[in-house]
Design a protein around this ligand. Structure first.
Ligand code: 13P
Length: 244
């Protein structure tokens, strides 16, 4: 399994930030892991010119049509991108996206030949109530389409309370959750589920990356804030390359 480190720029970035990507591309042109930056739609074409693998942050379930302001998976592919994030908790919250919609966006991504990074995660209240696994298993049941394979899909576990807060679950908690996610994926998808990459996301930074990457069933990370500057993201890429 080739590991994956993905940056999610969210609603950040203008052309003034492109040098960050050129620096990253130069530093990691021989990377032994997959390195992806999911940028804002406005920059994707120019980001793709850096030679780095590029992703969108969302796509519409339809291929085209009267959907003002939306972007189709084909349009994302057309920029030179090869990945798309779907189901991020900020989409689920800000745009009331549910699992059924996320499932249809996943299929749209596949149909455009994009690799889908599908996000799941529990709220702080659900975490406190001990509901984490119930929430995650239900999200996977309803948002991962049956045709998911290791080649077309990566699952990203992002506890909502860990996003942008500086908080993370303990290593043991991450390991326990990822073991349960792996068991679910193997049970449902067999060998494909065993080979599907599982990312952790939520306040990953250079100082905690190595400890997180050392955990079983953590096959990379989805990184927000620390992906915006090459100087912050590059050591995380290196930590993943150096993980066993
Ligand atoms: P932070 O790394 O900023 O916590 O964001 C995580 C995230 O939401 C990535 O998709």
């Amino acid at each position: 399994m080739r590991k994956l480190i993905a940056g999610n720029w969210k609603m950040n970035g203008t052309k003034a930030d492109l040098p960050q990507l050129h620096a990253l591309a130069e530093s990691h042109k021989d990377a032994t892991v997959d390195v992806v930056i999911s940028g804002p739609a406005t920059l994707l074409s120019r980001m793709a010119e850096t030679g780095l693998a590029i992703g969108g942050q969302d796509c519409h379930p339809s291929t085209s049509g009267a959907h003002t302001g939306d972007i189709s998976a084909d349009m994302i592919k057309d920029t030179g991108a090869d990945y798309v994030i779907v189901g991020h908790s900020e989409r689920r919250t800000d745009h009331t996206e549910d699992d059924a919609l996320i499932s249809s966006k996943t299929v749209a991504g596949w149909n455009a030949d994009l690799h889908v990074i599908l996000c799941i995660g529990e709220t702080e209240a659900q975490y406190r109530d001990g509901e984490t696994l119930n929430v995650l298993l239900a999200q996977m049941d309803h948002s991962i389409p049956n045709a998911a394979t290791a080649a077309n899909t990566t699952i990203a576990y992002e506890p909502i309370w860990a996003i942008g807060t500086g908080l993370t679950p303990t290593p043991q908690e991450i390991a326990d959750v990822h073991a349960a996610l792996r068991a679910y994926l193997v049970d449902r998808f067999g060998g494909e589920g065993a080979a599907m990459r599982l990312l952790y996301g939520g306040s990953v930074k250079a100082s905690n990356a190595a400890d997180i990457f050392a955990l079983d069933n953590v096959n990379g990370a989805l990184v927000g804030g620390a992906s915006l500057k090459a100087a912050d993201f590059s050591p995380i890429v290196t930590a993943l390359e150096q993980s066993a």
